[in-house]
Design a protein around this ligand. Structure first.
Ligand SMILES: [Zn+2]
Length: 259
C-alpha cells in the first residue's frame, strides 16, 4: 500500500514537473513572440487574437465597421472620379515586419468633400484583403492618406495574375530584408500613379484599419479594375514574410457600399 502510494506520488510529481515545465516553455514562447511581434498573422498573435493582445486593439474584436470586407455594391450613385493630385516622389521603402511600405514625400493629396488627405505611404497584402463580389486577388495595394487632424482615407488597388508589373519590380528590387531599416527608393509621382488603373471606377464605403488598432472612420475607395502582376512577383513578396499578410474578411453589418 505504502509502496503504491509512494509510486503514484512520484508519478504525480513527475507529471506535475512535466506539466509545469511545458507551460513555462509555452509562457516564454508566448511572451517572446508578443515582445517580438506584438501582433501578427499566425498562431497566438493572429487576427482572431488581436483584440485580446492589447486593450488598445479592442475595436479589432468589437467594431461593427471593420475592413476588409467582401465588396458587393448596395447603391449605384455614379461616383465622380477620385480627386487625386499625386505630385511628389517616394522617399524610402521599409519592411515593418507586417508589410513592405513605400513612404511618400509630403505634397500628394486626395480631396474628399473639400477635405484634403495627404498621401503618406502605400503598402501591400497577399492575398488581397478585400474581395470583390466574392473574388480574392493575389495582391492588394493600400494607399494611405491622412488629414492634418488624422482622419484617414485609403485607396486600394487589386492585382491579378498576368504580366510582370514594372513599377512593382522597381519596389521589389529594393525590398529591405532587415526590419524597420529604411532603404532609399526613387519612384516619381508618375511611377506612383502608374500603379493605379486608368479606368477610374471604384467602390466607396466606410471601414477601418485592417491592422491593429483596427480604428474605424476610415474612408475606403477600392478601384474596380485590377492591375497586372506576375506569379513570380507575388511569390517574391510572399517569401519575404513566409506567410500571408491579409486579415480575414469581416462582417459588413449591412453597411452601405456605393459604386
Ligand atoms: Zn493595408
Amino acid at each position: 500500500m505504502n509502496k503504491i502510494t509512494t509510486l503514484s506520488l512520484s508519478s504525480m510529481a513527475i507529471l506535475f514537473l512535466a506539466t509545469s515545465t511545458a507551460s513555462y516553455a509555452e509562457n516564454v514562447k508566448t511572451h517572446t513572440s508578443l515582445h517580438k511581434a506584438h501582433w501578427g498573422y499566425q498562431g497566438d498573435v493572429g487576427p482572431s487574437h488581436w483584440s485580446a493582445i492589447n486593450e488598445k486593439f479592442s475595436m479589432c474584436g468589437k467594431g461593427k465597421m471593420q475592413t476588409p470586407i467582401n465588396i458587393i455594391a448596395t447603391e449605384d450613385k455614379d461616383l465622380t472620379p477620385l480627386a487625386l493630385s499625386y505630385t511628389t516622389a517616394s522617399n524610402d521603402v521599409i519592411n515593418n515586419g507586417h508589410t513592405v511600405q513605400v513612404n511618400i514625400k509630403s505634397g500628394s493629396t486626395l480631396t474628399i468633400d473639400n477635405n484634403i488627405y495627404e498621401l503618406k505611404q502605400f503598402h501591400f497584402h497577399t492575398p488581397s484583403e478585400n474581395n470583390i463580389n466574392g473574388t480574392s486577388y493575389p495582391l492588394e495595394a493600400h494607399f494611405v492618406h491622412a488629414t492634418k487632424e488624422g482622419n484617414l482615407a485609403v485607396v486600394a488597388v487589386m492585382f491579378k495574375e498576368g504580366k510582370s508589373n514594372p513599377i512593382i519590380e522597381k519596389i521589389w528590387n529594393k525590398f529591405p530584408l532587415e526590419e524597420n531599416k529604411a532603404v532609399s527608393i526613387e519612384l516619381s509621382s508618375a511611377d506612383i500613379q502608374a500603379i493605379m488603373p486608368s479606368d477610374k471606377d471604384y467602390y466607396k464605403f466606410m471601414g477601418s484599419l485592417t491592422t491593429p488598432p483596427c480604428s474605424e472612420n476610415v474612408k475606403w475607395n477600392v478601384y474596380k479594375t485590377q492591375m497586372s502582376i506576375s506569379k513570380n512577383q507575388v511569390q517574391k513578396f510572399y517569401d519575404i514574410f513566409g506567410h500571408a499578410n491579409n486579415r480575414p474578411l469581416q462582417d459588413t453589418h449591412k453597411r452601405t457600399i456605393v459604386e
